[in-house]
Design a protein. Structure first.
Length: 324
């Protein structure tokens, strides 16, 4: 008799669990998808390939309706605010934002935060004139200082003749951005005390002729290209990893960057994990929107150093698969 009662209770619990699963599915299907707007400068640029793949796959897993805004270059906080306001009018629930350059962006985002709008910053923090401070915003990004430092250490490691007076030129992306400032600082610190001197820094802007600009600057032994677009342009015009006698080391986030490494157009590639940045940014937003007591958390995603000989390793192939 006791055994029959236990069996009956177990059967009841199983039926309740099954009913709960069906009720949950019904309610989930009735709930509209949360809408998340993504704001990237020049959103169609190939440098976002891995990141956009991560965004889309995470959105599918988390049942998020993703709106990747169609943008040109975003040159100021006002440009970015205009895009944000347009999406607020469209009743989006949250934002994933690559911050605009300049000191005004922090204040603009602080106002957005004060209005209790949900957002995370991706690839970099908002720019601060004092690079020792942090904005306090939630960020999903690589360690941009470490990217620059790693690139500098690769230059030193490969300087086998160790001759004094080697010269380095640096190309970075948009001026007054956390990524540009942090990467140059990392590179400078890596080169400190060695036979390398940083002789010029050039900020790459969309539409500018990178090769012509570099030709007008002092000749160097190494070019550290920390902007994907600049790296790809120089690489296309390079011979055996050299441009005008300078070895090319770079930060790349496009399949073209990888192809140029494979074709011996550049010597070394440092690659931030764009796929993980995209995936985790949507993941964080989904948790915030779906859990009343959840607090958004910052993530620091990995970077990888890749040489031509590494391209066909299982680990590298698995990493690069996210770009396809």
């Amino acid at each position: 008799m006791k055994r029959n009662r236990i069996t009956f209770l177990i059967a009841e619990l199983i039926l309740i669990a099954i009913a709960g699963i069906f009720i949950n599915r019904i309610f989930r299907e009735d709930n509209p998808q949360k809408r998340v707007a993504v704001i990237l400068p020049d959103s169609g640029n190939t440098r976002w390939e891995g990141l956009v793949n991560g965004l889309k796959q995470s959105a599918q897993v988390n049942n998020i309706h993703l709106i990747i805004c169609n943008t040109d270059e975003i040159v100021s906080a006002d440009d970015e605010k205009e895009l944000i306001d347009e999406q607020l009018e469209n009743d989006v629930d949250a934002f994933i934002i690559c911050p605009a350059p300049g000191t005004d962006t922090k204040d603009m985002l602080a106002s957005l935060q004060a209005e209790k709008e949900t957002f995370v910053l991706i690839t970099e923090d908002a720019y601060m004139a004092d690079d020792t401070e942090s904005t306090g915003f939630v960020t999903i990004k690589p360690d941009n200082y470490q990217i620059g430092y790693t690139l500098g250490r690769q230059i030193i490691k490969n300087d086998t003749d160790n001759q004094a007076g080697k010269k380095v030129g640096v190309i970075v992306g948009r001026a007054e951005t956390e990524a540009s400032v942090s990467r140059v600082k990392g590179l400078t610190d890596a080169l400190a005390g060695y036979n390398c001197e940083l002789v010029w820094t050039y900020n790459q802007n969309s539409g500018k002729d990178t090769c012509k600009a570099v030709d007008s600057l002092e000749a160097v032994d190494y070019i550290a290209a920390m902007d994907t677009e600049a790296l790809d342009t120089l690489g296309e015009n390079a011979e055996n990893g050299y441009y005008k006698g300078a070895e090319i080391y770079g930060v790349g986030t496009s399949m073209k960057s990888v192809a140029l490494l494979d074709y011996n157009k550049i010597k070394c590639l440092v690659v931030p994990d764009g796929y993980s940045i995209g995936y985790e940014s949507v993941n964080e937003i989904a948790k915030e929107l779906g859990r009343p007591l959840y607090t958004l958390k910052s993530h620091e995603e990995a970077i990888r150093v890749i040489y031509k000989d590494d391209l066909f390793s299982e680990e590298t192939e698995r990493f690069l698969y996210s770009y396809e």
